[in-house]
Design a protein around this ligand. Structure first.
Ligand SMILES: Cc1cc2nc3c(=O)[nH]c(=O)nc-3n(C[C@H](O)[C@H](O)[C@H](O)COP(=O)(O)O)c2cc1C
Length: 190
């Protein structure tokens, strides 16, 4: 019986590290340990920031904010007002609001998670500023978002349209997800 268990464990170990232990399943062709992972996020009111921190914690990744030089006031975020800062920026496809310099170089990483709130069914223009300020060819960009209900699809489609030379995954909307669900998803992306 003991011999049978040993054989089963040896077979299981080819696809997972869970036999007899508590480690999470790890895909053989996508080991989690040998890739440098960075979590970046823009967050105007803290929701996406919270998710970003949970992603970084799940894989002990470095985390850095895509921080606007000029923070958004409540009035700036008023989508009912056509003249508010966010409305004006989102109406103008060429708008690239200034962001603060980062103390890491995103190009040093293999996988870059990029988080943002959905604004007008798109990624806020700060995300474009961030992408265009860095050399991310050859890296894997993994979008994630929070929203009031919109999906992430259109924002990812638009980023792919604008940056066809970049590798941008389908990403995921992470509204009210458990830490376990976030962790499982993150591990599947790296
Ligand atoms: C200017 C603006 C536009 C928004 N547009 C959308 C939208 O198109 N669809 C949606 O579901 N939520 C929309 N929202 C809601 C945000 O996506 C949602 O509250 C998000 O979780 C906020 O994230 P944050 O706290 O990280 O900024 C919008 C919010 C703002 C301020």
């Amino acid at each position: 019986m003991k011999k049978l268990k040993t054989i089963v464990c040896a077979l299981v170990a080819l696809g997972t590290t869970a036999c007899g232990g508590e480690k999470k399943q790890v895909s053989q062709d996508r080991p989690e340990s040998d890739k440098k992972i960075l979590v970046t996020y823009f967050s105007a009111t803290g929701t996406t920031k919270d998710v970003a921190e949970r992603i970084a914690e799940a894989v002990s990744a470095d985390i850095v904010e895509i921080a606007p030089v000029e923070a958004y006031t409540e009035a700036d975020l008023d989508w009912h007002d056509k003249t508010s800062r966010s409305s004006v920026e989102m109406k103008d496809e060429t708008s690239r609001p200034a962001i603060r310099e980062m103390d890491v170089n995103p190009a040093d990483y293999d996988v870059i998670f990029v988080g943002f709130p959905i604004w007008w069914d798109l990624a806020p223009r700060q995300v474009n500023t961030f992408i265009e300020a860095n050399s991310l060819e050859g890296r894997t960009i993994v979008p994630f978002a929070t929203s009031g209900g919109s999906t992430i699809e259109n924002s990812v489609k638009d980023l792919r349209r604008l940056y066809p030379s970049l590798t941008i995954t389908d990403g995921r909307l992470l509204n009210n997800e458990s830490n376990q669900a976030i962790s499982d998803w993150v591990l599947s992306e790296i």
